[in-house]
Design a protein around this ligand. Structure first.
Ligand code: C5P
Length: 226
């Protein structure tokens, strides 16, 4: 029985304002995707890696990643993140029993987080998400009108890698309605009534989305970083 890592890396990264797909944007001289995979590989809990790349960039991504993960599989992605993850799942060998799904954009996620998530799935959870408490007060709005203030003590921010029983994840992805508003894989399990557990996330597992996130990631790679 083996653990696979599926990395959706086919997004355009419009919010980052870069001219390249986000996963290929350089950070300290190397693409975000290389940083992400080096940390995943260092966890020693991943046996198979599938990277879902922008359709025109599969060859480029394969040669970039071979020094880090020599037998990486690279497949083309789809229009939405959900389509890209499904393409990655279809490329997995049949003997994989645990799947991690990890955003390339969470490129500084420490190896320990991968190990923690895999351990929780192997302990019996169908789905596992790393989470952090929410720092801001969160309100539900309609346009510019506040509808309610949510109880912050009940809220968490969800990161990746998210971990799953391979059978359950394959089933929910094949059953998913194209274009639905679900923004993560665990949400697809929840929608079908499967239990999802949490483990502690990590502040370095933030998603590089806007230019300010790239500055933070650069600062964290400097020798003086905390
Ligand atoms: O857009 P967002 O930041 O939510 O994307 C999260 C991850 O999903 C990124 O690593 C991105 O490359 C990936 N993605 C993808 N295919 C898409 C859209 C996003 O693989 N069509």
């Amino acid at each position: 029985m083996r653990t696979a890592l599926v990395v959706p890396a086919a997004g355009r990264g419009d919010r980052l304002g870069a001219s390249r797909p986000k996963a290929l944007v350089p950070l300290a001289g190397e693409p975000l995707l290389v940083h992400a995979l080096r940390r995943a590989a260092a966890s020693d809990v991943v046996d198979v890696v599938v990277v879902v790349a922008p359709a025109g960039a599969c060859d480029e991504v394969r040669s970039l990643l071979q020094p880090v993960v020599p037998d990486v599989l690279v497949v083309p992605g789809g229009a939405e993140r959900q389509d890209s993850v499904r393409a990655g799942l279809r490329a997995l060998p049949a003997d994989v029993d645990v799947v991690l799904v990890h955003d390339a954009a969470r490129c500084l996620t420490p190896p320990d987080v991968f190990a923690l998530v895999v351990a929780a799935v192997r302990a019996g959870a169908a789905g596992v998400v790393p989470v952090l408490p929410v720092a801001d007060t969160v309100k539900r709005v309609a346009g510019q009108t506040v509808l309610e203030t949510l109880d912050r003590s009940e809220l968490v921010a969800v990161q990746t890698p998210q971990g799953f029983s391979a059978d359950v994840l394959r089933t929910v992805h094949e059953a998913a309605v194209p274009g639905s508003a679900v923004t993560d894989d665990a949400g697809m399990l929840e929608a079908l009534g499967h239990g999802v557990r949490t483990v502690p996330g990590h502040e370095r597992a933030f998603k590089v989305t806007r230019p300010i996130d790239l500055l933070l990631a650069q600062a964290l790679l400097s020798p003086e970083a905390p």
